[in-house]
Design a protein around this ligand. Sequence first.
Ligand code: ADP
Ligand code: MG
Length: 239
Amino acid sequence: MSHIEMENLKKTYDHQQNVLDGINLEISEGEFFVLVGPSGSGKSTLLRMIAGLEEISGGLLKMNGNVVNHLRPKERNLSMVFQNYALYPHLTVEQNILFGLHARKVSKSEQKKRLMETAEMMGLGDLLKRKPKQLSGGQRQRVALARAVVSQAPICLMDEPLSNLDAKLRAHMRMEIKRLQQQLGLTLVYVTHDQVEAMTMGDRIMVLHDGEIQQVGDPITLYNEPANLFVASFIGSPK
Ligand code: ADP
Ligand code: MG
């Protein structure tokens, strides 16, 4: 079980108006859920709150029915992939992939087994002894994904993971991430400002604007029945 609920979830930074203004949302187990919206709309803030990297100013965040507001990131059983990949430059690919498992106290033999499976799945088998600077952008991105996969956490959070890649590779990686999510049955919360990514990848999509939910729905509903002009113009539907 790995479903996520938000009840009137709020975020204010010092002396600022609401960055997130009472978010109510339910994300199902195994769902590919996309948060989309223009820059500054609050996507990363919401994702970081789910991750436990950002304090919650109000409301409840639940996972599997339990309130997790005050749990530390390590206690939430989730993995995260960042826009800049956040790889350790002085560590090899192998060490980068396995880094989080030390903290989780996974045995050496289990680490070895997971490393081999993950490297094969992500096509990284020949690159394990390299350092990040000896990799292409696409390969670095794969290492970041591998690090999430190897954790075997049922929930994965991704913040604009493809935005540093060129258009062709981006299109390819969309398919790979989708395949990975289905194969592993992940509950995936995926942040992007790219409408095409949102519409082609998401089971459901939430459109965010200035910290407020504009609409939640599947791609076809958003396209055919946009809730307002903002959604219509952002998604590009003919309303
Ligand atoms: P997005 O990811 O959609 O581009 P963010 O969640 O990064 O948006 O930011 C939402 C709003 O919160 C923006 O107005 C941003 O300036 C503000 N913000 C983000 N992080 C901080 C912070 N650490 N301190 C103050 N304001 C912040
Ligand atoms: Mg962001």
